[in-house]
Design a protein around this ligand. Structure first.
Ligand SMILES: Nc1ncnc2c1ncn2[C@@H]1O[C@H](COP(=O)(O)OP(=O)(O)OP(=O)(O)O)[C@@H](O)[C@H]1O
Ligand SMILES: [Mg+2]
Length: 347
């Protein structure tokens, strides 16, 4: 394994009783890059994160972070990683500043150094004005930023973010993306799990899709999109009775049959790597057949299409704010196993 990977995972297996959470996961994350890990609820994302962050031992297989074995060299691994988990490790009775200072002390910074680092991070995450209020008065977005700040106290080389924007409103999500981009520009390797395909599209260099404890696809967002059959020419017929005629008129654009939706009048043709020339030909064919259409467009497949094609179900579409996931996270916060090693330490 003489490889410059920041994270290397081989044949990882983990069961909880009858539940096989991981069933042979392999992956590699290049140093200074972002791996986006996508998967539906229960796919095994958090289990991978917990193994890589030394919170859980695998049943089989192995994992290296910066060349260190997460089981045999767990203490060393803890020193080089940061984790902001799905449940926050913030102590809500304490102020934002106190939370960060305590983490600094756990990392053996002396008092003035811990204080300096806390101030720096509070500044960077725009929490300075709220820094001396108990964290329980913070909004969800502020708590998440504080949690991320806590994971960065020790300037980790490898950062694990388990669904960092689930439950945030759209503005806070974009703010979080900006912060994440800055960290990555500074050279941090990032392992990012997410339910949001646009997030993976925005932030990840490489993506793996996990389902039922296995990696079912990997590649860049672009290569994954190509895998589902390339571009699509789409339009809607105001006159639904002409659906079959329309499908016939555009059939020559592609090898596969056009798909039609009688309910909506929508027709879609996969045209592979063809672009505007396919669109022009569609217009001509429809026009000469005397068929009127609305909203004729060329569409790149989205990661949603990829996810659908690979897993057979749509990605999570829970609302970012106040949805059930937000409540679920609160419920889970009580589990000590979810504590971040960066913030756990001896209490
Ligand atoms: N401590 C545990 N005890 C029993 N089962 C567990 C435990 N942790 C995870 N599991 C099970 O393992 C499977 C994978 O869970 P995991 O939390 O890794 O999924 P996930 O992809 O992170 O899901 P989500 O998107 O909901 O966070 C699930 O079926 C889950 O119920
Ligand atoms: Mg999870």
């Amino acid at each position: 394994m003489q490889d410059d990977a920041a994270i290397l995972v081989e044949d990882l297996h983990k069961s909880f009783g009858d539940v096989q959470a991981l069933n042979g996961v392999d992956l590699r994350v290049g140093r200074g890059t972002v791996l986006g890990v996508l998967g539906p609820n229960g796919a095994g994302k958090t289990t991978v994160v917990r193994i890589l962050t030394t919170l859980l031992n695998p049943d089989r297989g192995r994992a290296l972070v910066e060349g260190r074995d997460v089981v045999r060299e767990a203490a060393t691994v803890r020193e080089i990683i940061g984790l902001a988990g799905q449940s926050t490790a913030i102590q809500e009775e304490l102020t934002g500043r106190e939370n960060l200072e305590i983490v600094g002390r756990l990392y053996h910074l002396d008092k003035p150094a811990a204080r300096r680092r806390a101030s720096q991070l509070l500044d960077q995450f725009e929490l300075s004005t709220a820094s001396d209020r108990p964290a329980k008065t913070y909004s969800g977005g502020m708590l998440r930023r504080l949690d991320l700040a806590a994971s960065l106290v020790a300037k980790p080389a490898v950062l694990f973010l388990d669904e960092p924007t689930t439950g945030l409103d759209p503005r806070s999500r974009i703010g979080m993306w900006e912060i994440i981009r800055t960290l990555v520009a500074e050279g941090t390797t990032l392992f990012l799990t997410t339910q949001y395909l646009d997030e993976a599209d925005e932030l990840a260099d490489e993506i793996v899709v996990i389902d039922h404890g296995k990696v079912i696809a990997s590649g860049t967002a672009e290569t994954l999109k190509d895998r589902v059959g390339g571009n699509v020419v789409e339009f809607v017929l105001p006159d639904r009775s002409r659906l079959a005629d329309a499908a016939g008129a555009v059939a020559a654009l592609a090898d596969a049959e056009p798909s039609t939706e009688p309910d909506t009048g929508r027709v879609a043709v996969r045209v592979g790597s063809r672009g505007s020339d396919a669109l022009v030909q569609a217009v001509r064919n429809l026009d000469s057949a005397g068929i009127e259409v609305d909203g004729l467009a060329l569409r790149r497949p989205s990661l949603d299409d990829v996810f659908m094609a690979l897993t057979g179900h749509a990605a999570e579409t829970e609302e970012p704010v106040g949805g059930k996931r937000g409540r679920k996270r609160r419920g889970r916060a009580a589990q000590p196993a979810e504590q971040a090693p960066t913030q756990g330490g001896p209490r």
